[in-house]
Design a protein around this ligand. Structure first.
Ligand SMILES: Cc1cc2nc3c(=O)[nH]c(=O)nc-3n(C[C@H](O)[C@H](O)[C@H](O)COP(=O)(O)O)c2cc1C
Length: 168
């Protein structure tokens, strides 16, 4: 049931706090991880002179292998990380030149995991995900906010994470 999901990790460190949450989820779901930090994905380019970087192959893999796509990002300045935003910018390639890829996103499920230092996530964080899912014709599953206490996932957060995972 959980075989066809992927977590796209957008932290500036591969083994950081976001990864602790991602690892917790993958252990329970068997979802795969794509670590954007380890990939070469350049900024959006109006002239599309970056088509030989890692973006198109990753996007092909995502649309062909998975039905559920979870974006896991640290909270940097009340927003998704720059690495994650860069990835979203590049999804514009799928609307302009790789249209088949864009079409294949339709109907897939999108969820978001945020990881901050604070239990409070400020208003506005979620909006780009909600609206992007809407624009891309994806089914939005919601945002689950996490934070670590003394480098660990608290027991109460683990319980809530388990409930979120069950719904995926
Ligand atoms: C550039 C930067 C900006 C940050 N801004 C916020 C913020 O606005 N709100 C918050 O709760 N935490 C903020 N933090 C803390 C991180 O979200 C938190 O430490 C997170 O767990 C880091 O995850 P990571 O190890 O995957 O990068 C910020 C950290 C950095 C490096």
């Amino acid at each position: 049931m959980h075989k066809h999901g992927v977590i796209i990790q957008g932290s500036s460190r591969s083994q950081g706090n976001t990864n602790k949450i991602v690892t917790f989820i993958t252990k329970k779901t068997g979802f795969d991880i794509i670590d954007l930090k380890s990939k070469n994905i350049s900024n959006f380019d109006y002239d599309f002179k970056n088509q030989d970087d890692d973006f198109i192959p990753i996007m092909n893999e995502i649309v062909n292998k998975y039905d559920t796509i979870i974006f896991a990002t640290p909270v940097y300045w009340y927003s998704m990380s720059g690495i994650m935003k860069n990835f979203f910018d590049r999804i514009a390639d799928c609307l302009k030149i790789e249209k088949e890829l864009g079409r294949k996103l339709r109907g897939k499920a999108m969820g978001v995991i945020s990881c901050g230092s604070d239990s409070e996530l400020k208003k506005g964080f979620e909006m780009p995900f909600v609206e992007s899912a809407n624009y891309l014709g994806m089914c939005y599953l919601g945002n689950f906010h996490t934070w670590l206490e003394n480098e660990t996932i608290s027991e109460s957060l683990q319980k809530e994470l388990n409930l979120f995972i069950e719904k995926l």
